[in-house]
Design a protein around this ligand. Structure first.
Ligand code: FAD
Length: 469
């Protein structure tokens, strides 16, 4: 237990990395303070995961209502009300932020509202509205996250140019939108706004959209985006802004074309948030891009200072941040935990959804790993057809020698839920035969995973055998 007036652990940043870390430290008996400069919940709750999913839920409802007649239901007068959609989104995030504040209080964690930096003595200096306050502490956990990366081509003070944070705060649905970058965030916004009636052109520097995903998934996603009316231009970027207007932007593309739109969203990645922390003075190694270096225990190069979440790079996802934060918390309170990354599910909440975990088919081929790639299409699955969502597939990547499941890519209905069956199987070291031998309820979407596992052994019931020559 810390001396009078001193903390055992001070956590900097209250996002999905920081607040679970603070709670875990408190659960382990530590006296904890959490310093947050803005809102607890961080990017995830306030400007990321949750608000985008709340908007997507509205967009999906609209898309379903428009399809209602196919299901024998007549719905007339479907009209998105952006103000109400935004209000619902805000209510969802406010509820969750309120929940975190209560949890912090219930765990006896002192919340300090202010901007934190680390002193050379490895205490924390919090700049608050009431003045500077030094929080003396034994251990520090840095969880300061990331901010949207900006491109020098664009002047972000112009009303037409947006980061993802700006796009979430729009007071109306733009008539037209250029999205620079076809990664996860750009693709999710494309789905939201195209359903709401925005005309979208998506630009991607690489030769395919979703460049970090399995090529089969990316290819099928491109074709569904096209069907949704989204114009995707690969190997294309903006070379020059020709005009900024109050109500729009005109740009020149690397293809030579000129393009005009009401808004332009830059979604090209994130920048690490370590500026102003005074890492160097405290002996904490930071690379030239601001990423804080950590070992498997999530400890930085300075003894007793840990870091987690987006600011340490790697997989920039909320659940990774949380797991890293929990490892840091264990170690900052006398434990001995290490962070493992081989089973991290990653989901893209587009229509249809994408869920992936572990090795994909492309990487297996690149790395020369001997695998069996086994697929099952949702088009052959009763539940998917009944739901009217029979697009996409399950793809299992299986070790050809041991039959252990090494990865999976799922594109289709509820892919973000389904992927966890494979994640659990991988975590338990299961083989594809284990999955095939597990009775799955009928009719259900997870049957597609079972069928893909059966197909790996030539036993899938709903896949026609290869034609005999
Ligand atoms: P953050 O959430 O960024 O939190 C850091 C906190 O630290 C912030 O509250 C910040 O105010 C505070 N802070 C920073 N510096 C200081 C300082 N010096 N002093 C005091 N406080 C400070 N991930 C998913 O897993 N699923 C998704 O669906 C998903 N969707 C996303 C959608 C969008 C549009 C975006 C932008 C991101 C999305 N992410 C998603 C990524 C996810 O939001 C991040 O990976 C996650 O929030 C990282 O958590 P973190 O705790 O490391 O950082």
């Amino acid at each position: 237990m810390a001396e009078e007036g001193k903390f055992d652990v001070v956590v900097i940043g209250g996002g999905p990395g920081g607040y679970p870390a603070a709670i875990r430290c408190a659960q382990r008996g530590a006296k904890v303070a959490l310093v947050e400069k803005d809102k607890v919940g961080g990017t995830c709750l306030n400007w990321g995961c949750i608000p985008t999913k709340a908007l997507l839920a509205s967009a999906e409802l609209i898309a379903h209502a428009r399809e209602a007649e196919k299901f024998g239901v007549k719905i007339t007068g479907i009209e998105p009300d952006w103000t109400a959609i935004q209000a619902r989104k805000q209510k969802v995030t406010d509820t969750l932020v309120g929940g975190i504040l209560q949890l912090l209080k219930a765990n006896g964690i002192e919340l300090v509202n202010g901007f934190a930096s680390i002193t050379p003595e490895k205490n924390v200096l919090a700049k608050t509205d009431g003045g500077d306050r030094v929080l003396e502490t034994d251990k520090i956990i840095i969880a300061t996250g990331s901010d949207p990366a900006e491109l020098p081509t664009f002047d972000f003070s112009q009303p037409a140019v947006m980061t993802s944070t700006d796009a979430l705060a729009l007071d109306h649905v733009p008539k037209s939108l250029i999205i620079v970058g076809s990664g996860v965030i750009g693709s999710e916004f494309a789905c939201i706004f195209s359903t709401l009636g925005t005309e979208i052109v998506m630009l991607e520097l690489m030769d395919r959209m979703l460049p970090t995903e399995d090529s089969r998934v990316a290819k099928q996603m491109r074709s569904t985006f096209r069907k949704q009316g989204i114009d995707i231009r690969t190997e294309t970027t903006v070379t020059e802004v020709l005009e900024y207007r109050e109500d729009g932007i005109k740009v020149k593309l690397s293809s030579g074309d000129e393009l005009e739109a009401e808004k332009l969203l830059v979604s090209i990645g994130r920048k690490f948030n370590s500026a102003g922390l005074c890492c160097e003075e405290a002996g904490i190694e930071v690379d030239e891009r601001g990423r804080i270096d950590v070992d498997q225990a999530m400890e930085t190069s300075a003894d007793g200072v840990y870091a987690c979440g987006d600011v340490v790079g790697g997989i920039l996802l909320a659940h990774t941040a949380t797991f890293e934060g929990l490892v840091a918390a264990e170690n900052a309170t006398g434990g001995n935990a290490t962070m493992q990354y081989h089973v991290v599910p990653a989901c893209i909440f587009t229509t249809p959804e994408i869920g992936s975990v572990g090795l994909n088919a492309d990487k297996a081929a690149e790395q020369g790993i001997d695998v069996t790639v086994s697929r099952f299409s949702f088009g052959a699955l009763g539940k998917a057809l009944a739901m009217g969502e029979d697009y996409g597939f399950v793809q299992l990547v299986i070790d050809a020698k041991t039959d252990r499941v090494l990865g999976a890519q799922i594109m289709g209905p509820h892919a973000s839920d389904l992927i966890h069956e494979v994640a659990m199987a991988m975590h338990m070291g299961a083989t594809s035969e284990d999955i095939a031998n597990t009775i799955h309820a009928h009719p259900s979407l997870p049957e597609a995973i079972m069928e893909a596992a059966e197909a790996a052994h030539g036993k899938a019931i709903h896949v026609a055998p290869p034609k005999k020559k």
